[in-house]
Design a protein around this ligand. Structure first.
Ligand SMILES: Nc1ncnc2c1ncn2[C@@H]1O[C@H](COP(=O)(O)OP(=O)(O)OP(=O)(O)O)[C@@H](O)[C@H]1O
Ligand SMILES: [Zn+2]
Length: 726
């Protein structure tokens, strides 16, 4: 027992999905502290983990104890990160090791930078100039010496092409500095004169940042009101405190325009964090964050788990966006966890949106959050004029989607040399393809979902698993030849129609698969800003955040899309999305107009958009949620079971159902086959647990599942506060 312990023992958390803490001996030869990244033996392997706490009560026999092997030459994981990981693990009911893995996503960064070899052009032209070689030479002559891996990645060639050019004397090697330096932002670089509304919001935030105290502000400003300028002042105040700021964005494509605005305001670009970052930038940025050198970080939700040395502010921009919620791995909502992070670190958190979530509005109403409002657009710009086109009265005709009134409006706008945006939240050519002679519908073999035709790529795709195939020549059911017919519109089909209606206009299409990287996004932004695009046709990706001064007409092709989804937030989400799209029109001197095409012009969501009466809509929505005991008035958790064998999943679910928690304030719905009853060949069943607000839903679930063994062929995922009900 512990009386025989001679050496200091510590608990080390390993970043493994099955992992928790394990006890190790801290040998006297090593200076081991809490938060150190260390290597330890695990079975036959050597793994890296974090010294989590002292293990005073460790009762493992001395002979079974193993030594920590090494302390890595990296700054310690800050105490606040340890606390945060513990908290997230408890709240989401996921293993701590799995949460730690999100904070240790760049294993390389734990070691000092190895010297790098760069390749540069010697100006000797190779005898044989292949396309691959040409791309390499373009890159090295444009941006100078770079590592072989970087060149290979940018040029899309293998490293051997570069090595080959070096052997031929076309490229030569040079020593590269270990890493490009992190530039320091300057809060006074280009101060902006704010409007009176902006001043009062900005002053509040700046003093909140200066107080080093936790507090949440909901910054609600209509589209184009200058929320960004306001939170920039909070960031400037944070720089003054010598602390780091984090700005979270829902979509990395949005960073393009924002990066430039940061640069104008603070003199340098912020440190970026998202999935599109190359390996060396990840490593550099991660180290800059843990060493406190990164002053401003702009990132996707995963940036929340970066090991900030001295975080002093988090801004969650477009806080209502459901893409802040991660469904896979550790299911968490970055907006909610940002608030927790602020509490742990004693600093303010700003939630910014033109259409805040019902959750945040309620917190503001109850006085838990400070409610800062910007009621009008900046610089005298007015909100657009919104009109509904009743499709029952103005049918565009069979296989067409642009009604006559909208066509006329487009024509007029273009003749004034202004830009048009047509919005349809559907990728591809058509959402459904069916056989004209027997009605057979093309479905994904792995998922319970239709295949979506992408005509530009000449493929049919599943949007759930990525399965893709070509259009079959004949129907597998009735053997009819060439009988398949596209049903309904996707944006590709809308482009086709727009091209037919406006043959001389420059039309561009944007969707998440066409602007998936920040580089593609900035090319798109440049084309919009220069007027190279006259009609922009896009999905939700172009609906938010962007500021295009000359865009004055927005046409919403199918305003009803999303209303019938039936999930808890369908109406709220549709309202938010339509407001965002509406908000792209007329953001500067030329006033904007919006046309919504709808079969349901009286629907409360459509009505709220037309009259720009968000308050009434939200009051109605809140009432509905309250009477149903749904969030934010109640708590939800989902339990998702999946496996290759439908029967065994169903059997396991039935077993769980027999022990389901009961109580006056607890309802368990299910098990039921999920709406997407199969994904990637796995059959899925769902439970939905609903509790009153004052019930700890984690402990309800914990008691239910305690000691329950999940068979190895079944996966069970717990999702606290689910946003996805498919
Ligand atoms: N005080 C100011 N001085 C100069 N320009 C400003 C000021 N405030 C806002 N602007 C400009 O007004 C435009 C709209 O501002 P911004 O993009 O911050 O609005 P927003 O509230 O974030 O809008 P959205 O919710 O639609 O994204 C931008 O071009 C911005 O540069
Ligand atoms: Zn599929």
């Amino acid at each position: 027992m512990s009386s025989t312990i001679k050496h200091r023992r510590v608990r080390v958390l390993l970043p493994l999905s099955i992992g928790d803490v394990y006890d190790y001996r801290a040998p006297a030869s090593l200076d081991v502290e809490i938060g150190h990244f260390v290597t330890v033996p695990l079975g036959r392997r050597e793994v890296t983990g974090v010294v989590w706490e002292e293990a005073i009560d460790s009762d493992l026999a001395e002979e079974r104890m193993k030594d920590i092997l090494a302390v890595l030459p990296c700054a310690k994981l800050p105490q606040q990160s340890l606390k945060f990981i513990n908290w997230v693990s408890q709240y989401t009911m996921q293993r701590r090791g799995k949460v730690l893995r999100m904070a240790m996503s760049v294993p390389d960064a734990l070691y000092p930078k190895a010297p790098r070899t760069g390749y540069r052009f010697t100006n000797k032209v190779p005898e044989k100039l292949t396309a691959a070689r040409r791309r390499v030479l373009d890159i090295v002559s444009e941006s100078g010496a770079q590592t072989a891996t970087d060149i290979a990645a940018i040029a899309g060639v293998s490293v051997s092409v570069i090595k080959g050019l070096a052997e031929k004397g076309v490229l030569e090697t040079v020593d590269l500095p270990a890493e490009s330096p992190i530039e320091v932002p300057d809060g006074q670089f280009a101060e902006v004169e704010l409007s009176p509304d902006q001043v009062s919001a900005a002053n509040f935030l700046a003093s909140a940042v200066g107080s080093h105290e936790f507090g949440v502000s909901l910054l609600e400003g209509v589209t184009g009101s200058g929320k960004t300028e306001v939170y920039f002042e909070a960031i400037a105040a944070c720089l003054k405190e010598g602390r780091q700021s984090l700005v979270l964005l829902p979509e990395i494509a949005l960073t393009a325009q924002l990066l430039a605005r940061f640069e104008e305001r603070f003199g340098v670009r912020p440190v970026e964090w998202h999935s599109d970052l190359g390996q060396s930038a990840r490593r550099r940025n991660w180290r800059a964050v843990i060493e406190g050198r990164a002053g401003i970080v702009l990132g996707a939700r995963s940036a929340l788990f970066l090991p900030f040395a001295k975080l002093g502010l988090i801004v969650v921009d477009e806080e209502h966006e459901s893409s802040f919620k991660q469904d896979e791995g550790v299911p968490y909502n970055a907006r909610d966890m940002a608030v927790v992070r602020g509490k742990i670190g004693s600093f303010p958190v700003v939630l910014a949106s033109a259409t805040p979530s019902l959750e945040s509005l309620m917190n503001a109403k109850m006085g838990k959050y400070e409610h800062l409002k910007l009621p009008s657009r900046y610089g005298g710009a007015t909100l657009p004029n919104v009109n509904v086109i009743d499709l029952k009265l103005n049918s565009p005709g069979s296989q067409r989607w642009i009604s006559e009134p909208l066509r006329v409006a487009i024509e007029e706008t273009l003749s004034k040399k202004q830009q048009v945006m047509l919005f349809l939240n559907r990728r591809g050519y058509a959402p459904l393809t069916l056989c004209d002679s027997c009605g057979h519908r093309l479905q994904c073999p792995n998922c319970s979902a239709w295949l979506v035709e992408h005509r530009l790529m000449n493929r049919l795709q599943c949007h759930h698993c990525g399965y893709s195939t070509v259009l079959p020549k004949s129907c597998s059911e009735c053997e009819a030849e060439e009988s398949f017919k596209a049903c309904g519109p996707g944006i590709e089909r809308l482009v086709e129609e727009a091209e037919a209606l406006f043959p001389d206009r420059k039309i561009a299409m944007m969707a998440s698969d066409t602007i998936s990287s920040p580089r593609a996004a900035s090319e798109f932004v440049a084309a919009m800003e220069s007027g190279e695009i006259e009609i922009l046709i896009g999905t939700q990706i172009v609906a938010k955040g962007y500021h295009f001064p000359n865009l004055t007409l927005v046409g919403i092709i199918d305003a009803d899309l999303g209303l019938s989804g039936g999930d808890l937030r369908a109406a709220e989400r549709t309202y938010q999305l339509l407001s965002q799209v509406t908000g792209r029109a007329g953001r500067e001197t030329n006033p904007g107009t919006v046309y919504l095409q709808s079969y349901l012009p009286e629907h409360p969501v459509i009505d709220a958009i037309v009259h720009q009466q968000g308050d009434d809509f939200f009051a109605l929505e809140a009432e509905g949620r309250e009477s149903a005991g749904m969030p934010p008035y109640g708590r939800l958790a989902a339990l998702i079971l999946s496996g290759a064998n439908a029967e065994s999943v169903a059997r396991f679910a039935a077993g769980l159902a027999r022990r389901a928690p009961m109580g006056e304030k607890i309802t368990v719905l299910g098990p039921a086959p999920a709406p997407l009853s199969m994904i990637r060949g796995r059959h899925r069943y769902r439970f939905l647990v609903k509790c009153a607000r004052d019930i700890n839903i984690q402990s309800v679930l914990g008691k239910w599942l305690q000691g329950y063994k999940v068979p190895s062929d079944i996966r069970m995922q717990i999702d606290i506060d689910p946003y996805n009900f498919m």
